[in-house]
Ligand binder design. Sequence first.
Ligand SMILES: Nc1ncnc2c1ncn2[C@@H]1O[C@H](COP(=O)(O)OP(=O)(O)O)[C@@H](O)[C@H]1O
Ligand SMILES: [Mg+2]
Length: 148
Amino acid sequence: MIATEFRTKNEKETLQLGEKVGELLRPGDVVALYGDMGYGKTVFVKGLAKGLGVKDIITSPTYTLVHEHQGRCKMYHFDMFNIDSYEALYTTGFFDLCQSDAVTVIEWSQNIRQFLPDGALEVRFDMSKAGERIICIPEDKRFADIRC
Ligand SMILES: Nc1ncnc2c1ncn2[C@@H]1O[C@H](COP(=O)(O)OP(=O)(O)O)[C@@H](O)[C@H]1O
Ligand SMILES: [Mg+2]
């Protein structure tokens, strides 16, 4: 997937980038986040949720596996850090939820890569030596006007 690279210097910039993406999402979108611990995935989801009109406080679903929120559409927030098999994934309800009219956002997508639906929007997180977060967003027409 061809991607546009953004660099964020702090949490606020990542929140703002997430919010801009969230504003452009549509019901049924699946957003697959890739990247290691501490790279800013949950911060990005907080922004994304705001862009979707979610008012809840967003916390990491590392142990609960999935959180449901309501904005201008439903948003399911998964964290696949502890998912290591098809059975474990199946019991989260993932396969039904990601085919619904909700927006589904998935942290640690690298753990379930082979089970992601076609058309999932892949967002990749990396870190520069200086600690900036390098965030790559698909080069989709929808996201073409995003600046950071
Ligand atoms: N540019 C940045 N973007 C996002 N988070 C940053 C940035 N710089 C520093 N941080 C810090 O890094 C941490 C990222 O945490 P989090 O979003 O929970 O990571 P992840 O979900 O990828 O494990 C937060 O403590 C945040 O304050
Ligand atoms: Mg996280």
